[in-house]
Design a protein around this ligand. Structure first.
Ligand SMILES: Nc1nc2c(c(=O)[nH]1)N[C@H]1C(S)=C(S)[C@@H](COP(=O)(O)OP(=O)(O)OC[C@H]3O[C@@H](n4cnc5c(=O)[nH]c(N)nc54)[C@H](O)[C@@H]3O)O[C@H]1N2
Ligand SMILES: Nc1nc2c(c(=O)[nH]1)N[C@H]1C(S)=C(S)[C@@H](COP(=O)(O)OP(=O)(O)OC[C@H]3O[C@@H](n4cnc5c(=O)[nH]c(N)nc54)[C@H](O)[C@@H]3O)O[C@H]1N2
Ligand code: SF4
Ligand SMILES: [Mo]
Length: 880
C-alpha cells in the first residue's frame, strides 16, 4: 500500500518483486515522497539474497510519468472510465453476436500479476465462453509446458535454484543466462568459485557472455539439440548408467526413446556440426556425476522441434533417475516475471485454470460449477499465431490485448501489423504510449504500472512472491483485474465482485483444490483462506501448499512422479522448418541484450541502459560478409520482410549464422524490427513459434548520406529508410541514413529542429557531402545535425555530453562540432559497466583480473551483470 493509515505517503522501504525476468528477485523500494524511489535488492528474498542486475537496479529510473497512458481513450479521444468500459462491453457483445464465442479473443501476458491473469481467464472462458485466450507465453514457455506434460503428466518444474549451486555439472542449453537471468548466473558463478571442480557447459550456436565462465562450449548448428541429446541418451545407456530399478518402478517408454535416440546418434556429429571428440567430452562430463542439472531456455523452446528438444533433455534425466534429488534435474527457466503464474491460472488457450484440463470431464464440470459458467468451453482455443491469423482473416471481431506488444514480438511482424490495423475492434490495456500495439487500438485503457500495482507473481522455482505498490496511482490508471471485472459486470456476470487482489488470490487458490482427489501437483488450496492482512504480509512461498498434508519443497523426491509413471518420449530429429538455401544462406538467431527488456517500452526510457547497445545491430562472423566493414549499414531480407541493421563482426558468431536483438520496435527503430524477417512456423505439439531460425540474406545498404541528430525532443518518425531514436541525458539522439540527395535531407532536418530563438551555426561542403549545423540557445547546445557521406561521424557520446551540459559551449567545442571531430582525447570506447559508466578502454587500460579491475575502476562492482564481458575483454589482452 502506498499510503499509511493516516493517508500520508509511505516513505519507508516496501518489499516487492522485480517486474523483469523469471528469477523473481526481491526488491526493497524506498519512495522519496516526490514520485521517485530508491531501489535495492532484498537481502531476505530467497531468489536473490540482496543482489540485483543492471535492469533491476535501474528500476528507479523507470518511474517517470512521461509517456504514461493516464486516461482512458476511445477512438483516440479522452473518455471517462464509464464510457470506455461501456465501449469495451459493447464491442465484445457485438463480437459475440457476429461470430459467437469463436469470434472474440484476449491476448495476454506473463507480465500480468496472477490476480490479473486469473480475472482475464475467468472472463474469457467463464463469461465470453471462449477458449480464445492466449498469452505471450506461447512465444516463450509453451514447449517447456508441453514437454513437462508429456513427461510428468502435468506442467511441473521439479528443480529449485539451489540445485544449480549443489550440482557438480551444470549444462545450459539455449540459454544466455549471464544476460537473461543475471542473478541466477551470479549464483552459479559464486558456487563454481567456491567449488572449482564444478563443471559449467554451454550449448549455444553463439559464443555468448555466458560462455566466458564456462568450461566447455558446444557451438552446435541451430536447431540440432535433439541430435546432441540423442547421442547423450545412447551414451548413458552404453555406459550402464540407466537406473533400471528406478525405471522399473517409476517410468515407461524407455525402449522406444532409446530406439529413436539410437537411430539418430550415429549422425549426431553431422547433424550438430560438432567435432565428435567434443560430443564425447560433453557426454562424459554429463555422465560423470549424478548431480547434474540441465537448464534450458529459448534456444530450446522457440523452435519447431521445441517440445522434442525439451523431452530429449528430460529423457536423459529420467533414464539415469537424476531427478528430484538435490543438485539434479531438468530445469526450464521462465522468462517473464509471471510466466509461471500464467500457467497456474491457466490463461492459455490450451488449459482451463489451476492445472485443470479440458478433456477431464470431472475437472471441467467442477470448474464450470465453481464459476457458474455453463458455457465453459470444452476444447482448446486459438494459439497466438492462429489467433492473429484469424484476426487477419477477419474471423475475430473483438480482441483485447493486455500487457504485451504483439506488433513487435510476434513472428511475421508485417502481417501482424496489417491484421491489427484492420481489426474490427481492438482494446489495449497499457501503461505507456510507447507501445507500437497501442497505436492501433480503438480503446486504450490505462493500467497501473509496477510501482503502483499489487498482487503476486511466481518465479522459475515455483516461489510465489508479493508485488506491493509503493507509489500512488497516477492519473486515472487502474489495475488490470479491475478493468476486466468491470466489463464482466457490464456483460451481466455476477462472479467478479472482488474488493481487491487478496479476494482474487483466495478464489484462485480455491480452484487448485477443485476435483480432488486427483494426482495434481499444483495445489495451493492451503492458501484459499488467506486473510487480507496475511496476504498483505505474505512472505515468498513455494508451491505446493495443499490444504491437507505437508508442503513438499521438492517434487519427485520420493522417486515417483505424479500421475503414475514418468514417460520417456521418442524424439525423432527434425531440422528447422525454414531451409537455408543459396538465396537465403544465413540462419538468423534472435534474442536478448543485457540491458534491454523486450520491446523497450520501459528500459528504452533509461539513458544509462541505452548506452550498452544503442542501435539495432546484426552480428555476423567476419567471413560471412566479405568486403563490408563493421559499423556499415546492411539490409537483411527473408521471404517475409526486410530490415536494416548496423553491422557488427564477431568471431564467436558461428559461420553461416547471424544474431539480431528482438528488442527494437517501430517506436524507436522503424527499420530494425527483427520479426519482420521471422516466419510463423510453429512446433506441432506446443504451437510455439520458431523465433530463432529464419533464413535470411544480407547485403550492404548503399546509403548516400548518414546523419546524427541531437534534439531536445524526439523527431517525427519515418523520416528516412534507416532511423533510430534513443534517449540521452538532456534529449534525444537519432541516427538516420538514406539514399536521396544529402542537401535535401539536411534541409529537412534543419526545418524540423528549428524553433524561435535558436541561433544556427552551419558548415557545408557539398562537394564532399558534408553538412553540419549546431543550434545554440543562451550559449548552450540545444540541437545538432551532422550529416556526411559515411557513418564516420563524430563520437556520439561526446555529442550527447555536450547536449546534456548546463555550461555554455566553449569556442573550441563549437569549432570542433562543426569540424566534426572531438577537440581532444582518445577515440570513444564502448560502455561496459552500466552501473558505474566504465568503458572497455578503461578496463583494458587497467588489466589484471576482474577483481583488480573492480577495485581500480568500480566496473563490475554494482550489479555484476558486466563481469562476463570484463573477463572476456581481459582474456583478449592476455598474450597467446
Ligand atoms: N536482459 C534481458 N533479460 C531477459 C529478457 C530480456 O528481454 N532482456 N527477457 C526474459 C524472457 S521473457 C525470456 S524468455 C528469457 C530468455 O532467456 P534466454 O533464452 O537465455 O535468451 P535468448 O537470448 O532469447 O536466447 C538464448 C540463446 O539461445 C541461442 N539459440 C538460438 N538457437 C538455438 C538452438 O537451436 N539451440 C541452442 N542450444 N541455442 C540456440 C541463442 O544464440 C541465444 O544465445 O530472458 C528473460 N530475461
Ligand atoms: N524474434 C523474436 N521474437 C520474440 C522473442 C525472441 O527471442 N525472438 N522472444 C519472445 C518472448 S520469450 C517473449 S516473452 C515476448 C515478449 O514480448 P512482449 O510481451 O510483446 O514484450 P514487452 O515489451 O514486455 O510487452 C509488454 C507490454 O506490456 C506493457 N506493460 C507493462 N506492465 C504492464 C501492466 O502492469 N499492465 C499492462 N496492461 N501493461 C503493462 C509494457 O509497456 C509493454 O508494452 O517476445 C517474444 N518474441
Ligand atoms: S535477475 Fe535482474 S531482471 Fe531478473 S529478476 Fe533479478 S533483478 Fe530483475
Ligand atoms: Mo519470454
Amino acid at each position: 500500500m502506498c499510503t499509511d493509515v493516516d493517508g500520508t505517503l509511505v516513505t519507508r522501504p516496501v518489499r516487492t518483486t522485480c517486474p523483469y525476468c523469471g528469477v523473481g528477485c526481491g526488491v526493497l523500494a524506498t519512495p522519496d515522497g516526490r514520485g521517485g524511489a530508491a531501489i535495492a535488492g532484498d537481502p531476505a528474498h530467497p531468489a536473490n539474497q540482496g543482489r540485483l542486475c543492471s535492469k533491476g537496479s535501474a528500476l528507479g529510473e523507470t518511474l517517470s510519468l512521461e509517456d504514461r497512458l493516464l486516461q482512458p481513450e476511445v477512438a483516440g479521444k479522452r473518455a471517462s472510465w464509464d464510457a470506455a468500459l461501456d465501449a469495451v462491453a459493447e464491442g465484445f457483445r457485438r463480437g459475440l453476436a457476429q461470430h459467437g464465442p469463436e469470434g472474440v479473443a484476449l491476448y495476454v501476458s506473463g507480465q500480468l500479476l496472477t490476480e490479473d491473469y486469473y480475472a482475464a481467464n475467468k472472463f474469457a472462458k467463464g463469461v465470453l465462453g471462449t477458449a480464445n485466450i492466449d498469452s505471450n507465453s506461447r512465444l516463450c514457455m509453451a514447449s517447456a509446458v508441453a514437454a513437462h506434460t508429456r513427461a510428468f503428466g502435468e506442467d511441473v518444474v521439479p528443480g529449485t535454484y539451489e540445485d544449480l549451486e549443489l550440482a557438480d555439472t551444470v549444462v545450459l542449453v539455449g540459454s544466455n543466462l549471464a544476460w537473461c537471468h543475471p542473478v541466477l548466473f551470479q549464483r552459479v558463478m559464486a558456487a563454481k568459485a567456491a567449488r572449482p571442480s564444478m563443471t559449467l557447459i554451454v550449448v549455444d550456436p553463439r559464443r555468448t557472455a555466458t560462455c566466458a565462465g564456462a568450461d566447455l562450449h558446444l557451438a552446435l548448428r541451430p536447431g540440432s539439440d535433439v541430435a546432441l541429446f540423442a547421442a547423450l541418451l545412447k551414451h548413458l545407456r552404453d555406459e550402464g548408467l540407466a537406473d533400471r530399478a528406478w525405471l522399473n518402478s517409476h517410468a515407461e517408454g524407455v525402449e522406444a526413446a532409446l530406439e529413436a535416440a539410437q537411430a539418430i546418434a550415429p549422425e549426431a556429429a553431422a547433424l550438430t556440426g560438432l567435432d565428435p571428440a567434443l560430443i564425447t567430452r560433453f557426454c562424459t562430463a554429463w555422465a560423470a556425476s549424478p548431480r547434474t542439472v540441465t537448464l534450458w531456455s529459448m534456444g530450446v523452446n522457440q523452435s519447431s522441434a521445441g517440445t522434442d528438444k525439451a523431452n530429449a533433455i528430460i529423457n536423459c534425466h529420467l533414464l539415469t533417475g537424476r531427478i528430484g534429488l538435490p543438485g539434479a534435474g531438468p530445469f526450464s527457466v521462465t522468462g517473464q516475471p509471471n510466466a509461471m503464474g500464467g500457467r497456474e491460472t491457466g490463461a492459455l488457450a490450451t488449459m482451463l485454470a489451476g492445472h485443470l484440463r479440458f478433456d477431464e470431464p470431472a475437472e471441467h464440470a467442477a470448474l464450470a460449477a465453481f464459476w457458474n459458467a455453463p458455457a465453459l468451453p470444452r476444447a482448446p482455443g486459438l494459439k497466438a499465431t492462429q489467433l492473429f491469423a484469424a484476426l487477419e482473416a477477419q474471423r475475430i471481431s473483438a480482441l483485447w490485448v493486455m500487457a504485451t506488444n504483439p506488433a513487435v514480438s510476434l513472428p511475421d511482424g508485417d502481417a501482424v501489423r496489417g491484421a491489427l490495423a484492420r481489426a474490427p475492434f481492438l482494446v489495449v490495456s497499457e501503461v505507456t504510449r510507447r507501445s507500437d500495439t497501442a497505436a492501433y487500438a480503438h480503446v486504450r485503457l490505462p493500467a497501473l504500472a509496477w510501482a503502483e500495482k499489487t498482487g503476486t507473481v511466481t518465479n522459475s522455482e515455483r516461489v510465489i512472491s508479493r508485488q506491493r505498490g509503493f507509489l500512488p496511482a497516477p492519473g486515472e490508471a487502474r489495475p488490470d483485474w479491475w478493468m476486466v471485472a468491470e466489463v464482466a459486470r457490464r456483460l451481466g456476470h455476477g462472479g467478479f465482485g472482488w474488493d481487491g487482489p487478496a479476494a482474487i488470490f483466495r478464489e484462485h487458490a480455491a480452484v487448485t483444490g477443485l476435483a480432488r482427489p486427483s494426482a495434481r501437483a499444483f495445489d495451493i488450496s492451503g492458501l484459499a483462506g488467506l486473510a487480507d492482512d496475511a496476504y498483505a504480509a505474505l512472505a515468498p512461498t513455494r508451491w505446493p501448499v495443499p490444504a491437507d498434508g505437508p508442503a513438499s519443497a521438492r517434487f519427485f523426491a520420493q522417486g515417483g512422479v505424479l500421475a503414475g509413471r514418468a514417460r520417456l518420449v521418442p524424439t525423432p530429429f527434425r531440422a528447422p522448418a525454414e531451409d537455408v538455401c543459396p538465396d537465403f544462406p544465413l540462419r538468423l538467431l534472435t534474442g536478448r541484450l543485457r540491458d534491454q527488456w523486450h520491446t523497450m517500452t520501459r528500459t528504452g526510457a533509461v539513458p544509462r541502459l541505452m548506452a550498452h547497445s544503442p542501435e539495432p545491430t546484426l552480428t555476423l562472423h567476419p567471413t560471412d560478409v566479405p568486403g563490408v566493414a563493421p559499423g556499415a549499414l546492411v539490409v537483411a531480407e527473408s521471404i517475409r520482410g526486410r530490415t536494416i541493421f548496423r553491422l557488427a563482426l564477431d568471431e564467436g558468431q558461428a559461420r553461416g549464422t547471424a544474431f539480431a536483438p528482438m528488442h527494437w520496435a517501430a517506436e524507436l527503430a522503424p527499420s530494425g524490427r527483427v520479426n519482420a524477417l521471422v516466419a510463423p512456423h510453429v512446433d506441432p505439439v506446443s504451437f510455439q513459434p520458431e523465433l530463432k531460425s529464419a533464413a535470411i540474406r544480407v547485403s550492404a545498404y548503399g546509403a548516400t548520406w548518414h546523419a546524427a541528430v541531437l534534439s531536445a525532443t524526439r523527431l517525427p518518425r519515418d523520416l528516412a529508410p534507416y532511423e533510430t531514436a534513443i534517449v540521452v541525458e538532456g534529449g534525444w539522439r537519432h541516427e538516420l541514413a538514406g539514399q536521396g540527395a544529402p542537401a535535401e535531407a539536411f534541409a529537412l532536418l534543419l526545418t524540423l529542429l528549428d524553433t524561435p530563438g535558436t541561433a544556427w551555426q552551419r558548415m557545408e561542403d557539398p562537394a564532399v557531402g558534408l553538412y553540419r549545423a549546431a543550434a545554440i540557445r543562451g550559449g548552450r547546445l540545444v540541437g545538432a545535425v551532422l550529416l556526411g557521406p559515411d557513418a564516420a561521424l563524430p563520437p556520439r557520446a561526446w555529442l550527447a555530453a555536450l547536449l546534456a551540459s548546463e555550461d555554455p559551449l566553449a569556442p573550441a567545442e563549437r569549432a570542433a562540432l562543426l569540424a566534426g571531430a572531438r577537440p581532444d582525447g582518445p577515440p570513444p570506447s564502448p560502455l561496459v559497466c552500466a552501473c558505474h559508466g566504465v568503458t572497455a578502454a578503461a578496463i583494458q587500460g587497467c588489466g589484471g583480473d576482474v577483481a583488480k579491475v573492480g577495485a581500480a575502476t568500480r566496473a563490475g562492482t554494482g550489479c555484476g551483470s558486466c563481469k562476463p564481458e570484463i573477463a572476456a575483454l581481459l582474456a583478449r589482452l592476455e598474450p597467446a
